[in-house]
Design a protein around this ligand. Sequence first.
Ligand SMILES: NC(=O)c1ccc[n+]([C@@H]2O[C@H](COP(=O)([O-])OP(=O)(O)OC[C@H]3O[C@@H](n4cnc5c(N)ncnc54)[C@H](O)[C@@H]3O)[C@@H](O)[C@H]2O)c1
Ligand SMILES: [Zn+2]
Length: 367
Amino acid sequence: MRPVDALLETIPVALGTRSYRIHVGPGALASVGRELSGLGVGKKALLMADRGVLARYGATVRESLSRAAFEVGELTVPEGEAAKALAVAERAWEASIDAGLDRSSSILALGGGTVGDLAGFVAATYMRGVNFVQLPTTVLGQVDAAIGGKTAINHPRAKNIVGAFHQPRLVMCDTAALLSLPEREYRSGLAEVIKHGIVLDAAYFADVEASLPALRARDLGTLTQIIAGSCRLKAGVVERDEQEADLRVVLNYGHTIGHALEVVTGYARWTHGEAVALGIAGAARLAERLGIADGAVRQQQLQLLEAVGLPTRGADVPAPSVLDAIARDKKVRDGRLPFVLAPAIGTFRLVYDVPAAEVRATLADIA
Ligand SMILES: NC(=O)c1ccc[n+]([C@@H]2O[C@H](COP(=O)([O-])OP(=O)(O)OC[C@H]3O[C@@H](n4cnc5c(N)ncnc54)[C@H](O)[C@@H]3O)[C@@H](O)[C@H]2O)c1
Ligand SMILES: [Zn+2]
């Protein structure tokens, strides 16, 4: 096994003047002060996290920032989705004023995708935009939410409906932080990892397959390789389509059905990753039904999802409500919704105007 400090990977995200780097590896959080200093930003900052994450990782981040002479305010936010509320954003704007943040200052998000989405939105809006740093500590945060600059809070009537594109200046993915994740959160994040392999890269998909025992054991070397690989794939998509004009929709694989299942069950029955796993099982079946992929392609996807402990069956919710939720999907343009399907592992195709009967039959197949 390689020494842990040799495990750091750096992934550049090339977006012109908005370019940044993603650092992946165990212990990455301890370098945030040095990396942020290197960007030449102002010395004032605000750190946002929930209570549990602050208790675990706050000290490491604070010490790293203070070694680099940063003056850091702190805001404790509610845990989970409750953080993405206007009232919390308001408190964060207030904390930013209290901490004396100016245009050269930075807002840092430490924790899962919820804190990242909230803090990113606050960073995008405070003084029309200040520096933003992502310190994701969940699998989903590291391979997905922290990369790409989509930020948002929720409205009581719709999730992620108020937001802005605001790229981070720096992303530090500390893979050792993933060791404290509850098993269900950990597995759920792997749904996005598998998604990246299915639609973007067959070799990466095979790497994930081959790494299964080590991934289950959360071996740090393996985790770092797999997380870094996913970051690279997502970064590649974001570089080619920063504002989701076309290509970025590929990242929605498994999310059309998955998201509808979440909506219909009030976000209470499955985690996001579990719903995405079911959505992938649905997309794989739909591709087969439409003659776009053969059964073996579907089997490969199901096997990998099941091997990490994600569901591929049991989506027994009323089809009309799911179809209804799909019709209201945010990706609908002029009444047409593209389904992302995978003709083979590592490739994708956008398919429009899928007959409702096919979707209904697919839902029955994953029930
Ligand atoms: N902006 C984007 O592009 C994007 C992409 C995907 C998802 N998202 C958003 O991300 C959010 C979901 O993020 P999430 O799955 O990370 O959930 P989360 O932020 O709710 O975190 C999950 C739970 O894990 C805890 N936690 C975090 N790190 C931990 C650690 N290292 N050890 C122990 N516990 C830890 C948190 O306290 C929380 O209870 C959703 O709101 C979703 O909309 C955004
Ligand atoms: Zn997702």
